[in-house]
Design a protein around this ligand. Structure first.
Ligand code: FES
Ligand code: FES
Length: 212
């Protein structure tokens, strides 16, 4: 994404109203938010699903999980519909919006465009895998809660996972660098200025913490 589009995305936008509790509820597991598009595609995929499934094991959030998977099944589908990890969102389902971003071996990838069979023997990290077992949010998540950086928050898990991957290579980015780092993610609410502020706050928290 070029600089002009980044400026358009991250230009000044008025602050939205308070919704701290809602965002905190969504941020840990992505509950309560859905997209209409994939629901229509879901019916056709279910119709095909009875035949050709194969039991495989994939490592998700440091746990080996078993699932019956079709050869053409995407990782996003497996995460959401076979493993119950609905924090990974499906927006476009064709590698355009970034809502489905997860980390595969530490690298951000669009889960809607990765076949589940291809991630055997690799490590998948989803938004559900960020918080501590005691429920303490990852500092990047905490920064977003503190800044209340999203409106509907449908795009939020994807932005967080993209930022997670980017911060591994650049833990102390400028605002422009971070904007470039998450430029593969789109927000239908067009709340880019607040999103970037929240991610910058989260990056600061990560630097000041013991988290990787
Ligand atoms: S749902 Fe995967 S990029 Fe949009
Ligand atoms: S906050 Fe609504 S889609 Fe991004």
């Amino acid at each position: 994404m070029n600089d002009a589009l980044d400026r358009e995305k991250f230009g000044s936008i008025p602050h939205a109203i308070s919704r701290r509790a809602f965002i905190k509820g969504v941020i840990a597991g992505g509950l309560g938010v859905s997209a209409a598009g994939y629901l229509f595609r879901a019916s056709s995929l279910f119709a095909q699903s009875a035949a050709g499934e194969r039991l495989i094991t994939i490592n998700v959030n440091s746990v080996n999980r078993h699932a019956d998977v079709m050869k053409q099944e995407t990782l996003a589908w497996t995460l959401r519909h076979k493993l119950g990890l609905t924090g990974t969102k499906l927006g476009c389902d064709r590698a355009e919006c970034g809502s489905c971003t997860v980390l595969i071996d530490g690298v951000p990838r669009y889960a809607c465009s990765v076949l589940t069979h291809s991630v055997r023997n690799r490590k998948v990290l989803t938004i559900e895998g960020l918080e501590n077992p005691d429920g303490t949010l990852h500092p990047l998540q905490q920064g977003i809660v503190d800044e209340q950086g999203f409106q509907c928050a449908f795009c939020m898990p994807g932005f967080i996972m993209s930022a997670m991957g980017f911060l591994k290579s650049n833990p102390n980015p400028t605002r422009a660098e971070l904007a470039q780092g998450v430029s593969g993610n789109l927000c239908r609410c067009q709340d880019y200025d607040k999103i970037l502020t929240a991610l910058m706050r989260g990056a600061e928290y990560v630097r000041n913490s013991n988290y990787a």
